[in-house]
Design a protein around this ligand. Structure first.
Ligand SMILES: NC(=O)c1ccc[n+]([C@@H]2O[C@H](COP(=O)([O-])OP(=O)(O)OC[C@H]3O[C@@H](n4cnc5c(N)ncnc54)[C@H](O)[C@@H]3O)[C@@H](O)[C@H]2O)c1
Length: 249
């Protein structure tokens, strides 16, 4: 308990899946949590759950692909809680429209880049200055094992998540003098409701290669907790695979 005591965490995509699990965990560990998500109903539901459990939480309807929306959300978070110490860029998605580069519609490439890469870039653009003002902090980006090994059938998603690996390292170098750490988590397929649905009747080439079994949202949230906490104070520019051994095969 209290591994994040006194911190304020801004979590994008915190209304569902991994982000929702992390929001509840961060609140349990003493952080005030801001959930920035486009999904109002789910966002307000988890806000209520966290408050009912005694945590501090605020949902802000936010579209991470729109600069003004991101700017306003961060500003509202700072107004409510005074500062931001942790920026967890979790919002992102693959879709059924993705596939081999020769087959997927071009629109899917831009959808993936806009949400996964540009959305994170925008949140860093407006969020990192707040971390600097707070005297330093932790940025946690969300990439994927797709960026670390070759997986079939997800070329647009892979390109966007590969960009995040590079961006994580460059921002780590850039902002270390400001005591802002920038790391990323690379999950393997993690059993959120979205993934369970997406996988129906479809293969992404990673099944049966999770040596330690299927990953659950809490497995990724625990890695995020470590990166958010001061326990990882000497770790930056790192890509932490929560991959059940997949990338060793
Ligand atoms: N679940 C997996 O298997 C897996 C594997 C590797 C990486 N990831 C990554 O982990 C992250 C979370 O995945 P998940 O499976 O929990 O997803 P999810 O779909 O369950 O939740 C994603 C959340 O992001 C929100 N969101 C979507 N677009 C948004 C936008 N424009 N602005 C703000 N919020 C937006 C959604 O409303 C949703 O609440 C994503 O970046 C995903 O690419 C997931």
């Amino acid at each position: 308990m209290n591994r994040l005591a006194g911190k304020v965490s801004f979590i994008t995509g915190g209304a569902n899946g991994i982000g929702r699990c992390a929001a509840a965990l961060f609140a349990q560990e003493g952080s005030a949590v801001v959930i920035a998500d486009i999904a109002r109903e789910a966002g307000e539901e988890i806000e209520r759950e966290i408050r009912a459990a005694g945590g501090q939480c605020m949902f802000i309807e936010t579209d991470v692909t729109e600069e003004e929306s991101v700017r306003q959300a961060l500003s509202a978070a700072v107004k409510a809680f005074g500062r931001i110490n942790v920026l967890y860029n979790n919002a992102g998605a693959s879709t059924r429209a993705d596939g081999p580069v020769t087959m997927a519609p071009a629109d899917e490439f831009w959808r993936a880049i806009k949400l996964n890469l540009f959305g994170t870039w925008l949140c860093c653009r407006h969020g990192i200055p707040e971390l600097v003002k707070a005297g330093g902090g932790s940025v946690i980006n969300t990439t994927s094992v797709a960026a670390l090994i070759g997986l079939r059938n997800v070329d647009a998603y892979t390109a966007s998540k590969g960009g995040l690996v590079a961006l994580t390292r460059s921002m780590a170098a850039e902002f270390a003098p400001d005591k802002v750490r920038v790391n990323a988590i690379a999950p393997t397929a993690t059993m959120t409701p979205r993934v369970v649905d997406l996988r129906k009747g479809r293969t992404v080439g990673s099944e049966n290669r999770n040596l330690l079994g299927e990953a659950q949202p809490i497995d990724v949230a625990m890695a995020a907790l470590y990166l958010a906490s001061d326990e990882s104070c000497r770790t930056t520019g790192h890509i932490l695979a929560v991959d059940s051994g997949l990338t060793t095969t």
